[in-house]
Design a protein around this ligand. Structure first.
Ligand SMILES: [Zn+2]
Length: 121
């Protein structure tokens, strides 16, 4: 799943910042992986923000519009990929170790509502 998130981040970065591919694609890759760094500490809660990454990504886009450069493009692509990752997790399985058993009703934590999204599977 981590590779799917990383490649989704790269694909999204390629769509929105293809002219800055040298920084956009690695930033999308890292941003796509970043939320899962919480694998052993509050997985899908500590670094997953299905709501809050989106306004940050929008702010990153505004920064790019104001001053396009490697740092702003990289930051925006990182945040966009992290937002996509956190949202995608709600559409997958739950937190169970064997997802085919579908025993968990927790997909990703929504810090805005203070509740877990249920897995859509
Ligand atoms: Zn995740």
């Amino acid at each position: 799943m981590a590779t799917t998130h990383a490649l989704a981040g790269v694909a999204l970065a390629a769509l929105v910042a293809s002219e800055q591919a040298g920084v956009a694609l690695p930033a999308g890759f890292v941003g796509g992986l970043f939320p899962d760094l919480d694998l052993y500490v509050g997985h899908r809660k500590t670094l997953h923000f299905p709501v809050y990454y989106w306004p940050l990504a929008l702010a990153g886009g505004v920064l790019v519009a104001i001053g396009t450069g490697p740092a702003t493009v990289g930051l925006a692509c990182f945040l966009l990929a992290a937002a996509l990752h956190s949202t995608m997790d709600a559409f997958g399985g739950g937190l169970e170790l064997r997802p085919w058993e579908a025993t968990s009703e927790r997909a990703v934590y929504n810090h805005y509502t203070g509740r877990w999204h249920r897995p859509r599977r």
